[in-house]
Design a protein around this ligand. Structure first.
Ligand code: NCD
Length: 318
């Protein structure tokens, strides 16, 4: 299994996904033993131009658990040379000579792809893997990998399921990646359904829908429905927050008001679960947390570590 960079979920089809998940299953066991040292001597840079709790710390935890080391810039817009006017290409070109792998979170869609093009160690001429840890409202491929792994842990499969994406589908990069990733997992005998729940001003972008259609090859049905119906029909109810930091002037007026409350839980299908990439605002009432059968979002965040361990190891070919 060879992977040079991780930029978009469009890189991942069913075979690669199942290889990554097999490696993740292994990493779950490695973690139970506290980790190992397969990446001893390797260095990761985490370059974060936008706020993060889970993504950065779980990448760093993953690298540490495999015996590697981490250099971190977590306020890169103000504490890196970006504050002195350096562009992303020069920053990455430099960093690529300091590390074996670069994890980048940027506010600009497309930055991860630009970074991958220039990520070469200046002394050895070797390419250095870049991982997209979120590029503006573009993609968040590693989140989609851990979302999909979580779903597989619950249902034992990904195909044939009904997944509802709820909230700010326009600006949310996690839902862009998850929709595209899941589009490719359905077999001919097990078509899947994607339920989209968002007000008109916050709908899934056309380019994402086009990608879902082409990757789905007729095996994924997409429906736009209301929240109450999604609660009843979904196997996976994927809630998201409003991405207010990405709002334009007209968005604030059209704020959607979806909120999952304890009263909804009894209406869900018998095995259905609630996911959320976190951080949460008002869209899941705290009372839902105590339903351990349905509320899977903290478990989902926990899978971020073994999934990222697996991905790092594959990228480093270790
Ligand atoms: C998400 C992100 O940064 O896109 N957070 C995360 O990485 N788990 C979701 C969000 O910020 O709403």
């Amino acid at each position: 299994m060879k992977l040079q960079h991780c930029i978009s979920v469009e890189q991942f089809g069913p075979q690669l996904l199942s290889d990554i998940f097999r490696e993740t299953d292994h990493m779950v066991r490695v973690l139970k033993d506290g980790g190992n040292f397969v990446l001893r001597g390797k260095v990761m840079v985490t370059f974060f131009y936008e706020p993060s709790t889970r993504t950065r710390l779980s990448f760093e935890a993953a690298m540490n658990r495999l015996g590697g080391r981490v250099l971190s810039t977590d306020h890169a817009s103000s504490f890196s040379s970006a504050a002195k006017g350096e562009d992303i290409s020069d920053s990455i070109r430099t960093t690529a000579s300091y590390a074996d792998i670069i994890v980048l979170r940027s506010a600009e869609e497309g930055h991860a792809r630009v970074a991958a093009e220039v990520s070469v160690n200046a002394l050895t001429g070797e390419p250095v893997p870049v991982v997209n840890a979120g590029d503006g409202k573009g993609e968040h491929p590693t989140q989609a990998l851990l979302d999909a792994y979580t779903i597989r842990q619950r249902f034992g499969r990904l195909d044939g399921l009904t997944v509802a994406l709820v909230g700010d589908l326009k600006h949310g990069r996690t839902v862009h990646s998850l929709a595209k990733l899941l589009a490719a997992v359905h077999g001919p005998g097990a078509p899947g359904t994607l339920l989209l729940v968002a007000p008109p001003a916050f709908q899934m972008p056309e380019d994402v829908l086009a990608c879902v259609e082409s990757r789905g090859e007729g095996r994924v049905r997409v429906e736009m429905i209301d929240f109450e119906e999604a609660v009843r029909r979904a196997d996976v109810l994927y809630m998201t927050r409003l991405q207010k930091e990405r709002f334009g002037k007209t968005d604030a007026a059209a704020v959607p008001a979806y909120r999952l409350e304890a009263r909804h839980l009894g209406e869900m299908k018998s095995e259905a679960i609630v996911l959320h990439p976190l951080p949460r605002n008002e869209e899941i009432a705290r009372e839902v947390d105590s339903d351990g059968y349905r509320a899977w979002y903290f478990r989902q965040a926990a899978y971020g570590v073994p999934v990222r361990m697996a991905l790092i190891r594959i990228l480093l070919g270790a």
